[in-house]
Design a protein around this ligand. Structure first.
Ligand code: BGC
Length: 795
């Protein structure tokens, strides 16, 4: 049965004029509202009906009511000892610092005195420890297993500095996801990665573990790692919790010396060093690692300014903070704690929730709480943060790894991905004409070349191809350049002479020199250098062989920019291969023979001399710039009192963003959507409507492939802001895109400059834009010359 409809009839004496009047009023009201809407309070238009300001939650899982209810329920059952156990972490494998003297982990776990283990690899071993925690510990709380999965777990990809040279965040996300799947298969649900420390000094060995010197690129890459590791749901078996490290500013130790003090203005900290950590947090990173270094006089592991004010209050981080290896005990060496108890109290109160390998939380916290020196509430909060991550990962519901999975094999699919990634990370630094009497360019090497000599200590070293931190990867999986070239030569019926030094070079038509650093000894943690030239007698070998006048290619396998000034002047071709991972040989061979066209660009500046370090492209201006001075000779008179060296030019050997291809690209038709923009329009973007003005500037340019082969260009956009209240860098990257073009093809690309790209910190530490002028350049490196400008005005 249908409901009877009620019909209301309104009597209108003269209908038509009334209807027309009503329509007219409605139309005018709508028009008026559209016009005045920018002047009305924005919340009138916002979706929120609560009247409360919305608090940004970077990881909704950690903030979820369901998880937090479970946390509270468990917390209410925990004794003081149970709680402290959750804040304690030990390495049950390899050590990268002093041990604690304890290895009786089975007993400690059974008593509920361990919250996390690291360096336990393999489902079986992890499950063995997990069974003790789940079956025997008082509250059956599962362990969280951590591991340094830095650029792959078993499938080892290029080192992070190399990965960043791809300028390809989505590729890096894929690398991180592959690593997450393999780590999870190995029983690991927490990776101590990404390292997002900005590094501007090639002497620092850990420059190899990060994304280089640039904040904008580093922030994009930081987010990509998090999305790759964590996915959209931490509880999925193929996702792992990421650990953003090392908070904060670990990449800026004085003189590039490992673990050294860091001293910088708050402006530089916020402008240059913090954004990548923040980007990772905003992408939902579940955990953070506090750094070893002091920052402006306070050790980072006991620094309430960074750990509480910035991380918790400004960024609303809900996850857990773990100390670096033994860093809580190191507070004593830093001279800010005279006893272990004081070190533990300072670290916990500042915001370090879990103690990695100091054994001070486990042994000192109970005393501190009982004596009243540490509020119980501070301890409880740290426990909540640990449990939240464990619940979010689904460890309480699925504590065990699947032991039935077949053992790892570097399958053709995994190798194909590793090879593609490696090819995107290799930078072609130089490719000049062959020495007379040869013709053409040195690279790519002709496939029919009769005799190739391969010389150098890195030509056939599997271990070096794996980089300095290769997790559970096996060096035996790595294919060296020698193996890859030999395969190609056998197939092409040409001859490869390997490592016979000068004799081989003399007999060859092309010489490939594989030189560089020893990955495990010279790069990574605790591998700072005072010299950046080729180590040992490699420079002599290089010079002797280059002087034979043969077509010679220098292939560098290393973890940092080296000072290769002689090579840049004399060797006809230079390929920066970094440490490319398990598919090193095939990837480098593809580049050498032109089966892959190099596209990567430097993310760390190459110096001419070590004395230029720290060297980076986005320097702040000086009052006496030496831009128009000839710096190739010592000063002779009026050219002295400038910001310059007297024994070397200021310019780098190879700048940030630089890298060649086997084709060439031309940029043209650089255009801006407008040459002026109102400050208010950028600062307070209005809802788009008919009369609204744009809140950003669109930059368009055309790129043409002017060379003979298909290639991928990494187009870069730089800005300079002049006229603000604080100094801004002489150039700053604010956009990048990978563009693939066939020979002769042209594409238009578009960048957007809005609040995120144009804003900076003022002296009140607020992110602002001021009425000022911006210069804009687009091109294939930080030396891009095609430029224009626009103004931000108040009216
Ligand atoms: C490193 C960290 C690493 C930790 C655990 C420390 O020495 O600084 O990056 O995650 O060891 O292995």
């Amino acid at each position: 049965m249908t409901k009877p409809r009620r019909v209301i009839t309104i009597y209108l004496p003269h209908r038509e004029p009334v209807i027309i009047a009503a329509f007219t009023i409605l139309l005018w009201s709508a028009l008026l509202l559209t016009c005045i809407s920018p002047l009305l309070p924005p919340e009138w238009f916002a979706g929120s009906q609560t009247g409360q300001p919305d608090i940004f939650v970077p990881n909704t899982q950690l903030a979820s009511l369901a998880i937090n209810r479970r946390v509270e329920a468990l917390l209410s059952k925990m004794t003081l000892q149970d709680k402290i156990g959750q804040l304690t972490q030990y390495s049950a494998g390899e050590m990268t610092g002093p041990g604690t003297g304890r290895t009786d982990y089975d007993a400690l776990i059974a008593q509920g005195q361990v919250g996390s283990l690291f360096n336990v690899v393999g489902a079986k071993l992890a499950n063995r420890y997990q069974r003790i925690a789940v079956q025997k510990s008082p509250l059956h709380i599962p362990l969280l297993f951590g591991y340094d999965v830095i650029h792959g777990d078993r499938t080892i990809f290029p080192v992070p500095l190399a990965l960043s040279s791809s300028f390809n965040p989505s590729l890096i996300q894929q690398v991180a996801h592959t690593s997450a799947v393999e780590a999870s298969d190995d029983g690991i649900r927490w990776v101590f990665s990404p390292m997002v420390d900005i590094a501007r000094d090639a002497r620092w060995g850990r420059i190899t573990e990060g994304a280089g010197e640039d904040t904008f690129l580093g922030s994009a890459i930081a987010g990509a790692y998090i999305r790759g590791y964590q996915g959209t749901d931490l509880s999925k078996p193929d996702s792992v919790a990421a650990c953003v490290k090392h908070f904060a500013a670990y990449g800026a130790p004085n003189a590039g010396r490992e673990y050294n003090t860091v001293d910088m203005s708050e402006l530089t900290l916020r402008q240059v060093y913090l954004p990548p950590y923040h980007a990772a947090i905003n992408a939902g990173a579940a955990t953070v690692m506090s750094a070893f270094n002091p920052l402006n006089g306070v050790p980072a592991t006991a620094d309430p300014f960074t750990l509480t004010k910035i991380l918790r209050h400004e960024w609303n981080f809900d996850g857990l903070v773990v100390s670096d290896f033994g860093a809580i005990r190191e507070l004593i060496a830093h001279g800010v704690a005279s006893t272990g108890a004081i070190a533990a109290r300072k670290a916990l109160k500042s915001g370090v929730d879990m103690d990695m390998m100091s054994d001070l939380y486990r042994t000192r916290l109970a005393g501190l709480v009982t004596s009243g020196d540490l509020p119980q509430s501070v301890l409880d909060e740290a426990v909540r943060r640990v449990l939240r991550v464990k619940f979010a990962l689904g460890l309480f519901d699925h504590p065990y790894a699947d032991e039935t999975k077949p053992p790892y094999v570097a399958t053709p699919q995994k190798r194909a991905l590793a090879r593609r990634v490696a090819e995107e990370t290799i930078v072609l630094l130089k490719n000049s004409a062959n020495p007379v009497p040869f013709t053409g360019k040195v690279l790519p090497i002709a496939k029919t070349t009769p005799v190739i000599a391969l010389i150098g200590p890195l030509a056939d070293s599997q271990i070096d191809m794996m980089g300095s931190w290769s997790a559970a990867g096996e060096p035996t999986d790595a294919v060296t350049l020698r193996t890859a070239l030999q395969e190609r030569c056998d197939w092409a019926k040409t001859q490869l002479l390997y490592a016979e030094g000068i004799a081989a070079a003399q007999k060859a038509d092309v010489v490939v020199l594989a030189l560089g650093e020893s990955a495990p000894r010279m790069t990574g943690e605790s591998s700072s250098l005072t010299r950046l030239d080729l180590p040992g007698n490699q420079e002599r070998l290089l010079e002797t062989i280059t002087k034979l006048g043969k077509p010679t290619v220098l292939v560098l396998f290393d973890g940092r920019p080296l000072a290769i000034k002689w090579a840049a002047q004399h060797v006809p071709a230079i390929v920066e291969a970094w440490y490319p991972g398990i598919e090193a040989g095939p990837a480098v061979a593809d580049i050498l023979f032109g089966d892959a066209n190099p596209s990567a660009k430097l993310t760390a500046t190459f110096p001419r001399a070590v004395g230029q370090e720290p060297l980076f492209y986005n320097q702040l201006p000086t009052g006496r710039p030496a831009d128009d001075i000839d710096l190739t000779h010592p000063p002779t008179g009026e050219d002295k009192y400038f910001s310059r060296y007297i024994d070397e030019t200021n310019a780098p050997l190879y700048p940030f963003g630089y890298g060649l291809s086997y084709t060439t690209f031309e940029y043209s038709k650089l255009k801006l959507s407008q040459e002026k923009i109102l400050l208010d329009d950028i600062m307070n973007p209005k809802p788009a409507h008919f009369f609204s003005t744009p809140s950003d500037i669109e930059v368009t340019t055309e790129i043409k492939n002017t060379g003979p082969v298909t290639g991928t260009e990494i187009a870069q956009l730089y800005i300079r802001n002049t006229g603000g209240s604080v100094e801004e860098p002489v150039r700053a990257l604010r956009g990048f895109q990978r563009v693939t073009l066939k020979p002769g093809e042209t594409k238009q690309i578009r960048f957007t400059l809005g609040f995120n790209e144009l804003s900076y910190y003022n002296l009140d530490m607020n992110r602002v834009i001021e009425p000022t002028e911006y210069q804009v350049w687009v091109g294939g490196s930080s030396n891009a010359t095609l430029g224009t400008q626009f103004e931000v005005t108040e009216k």
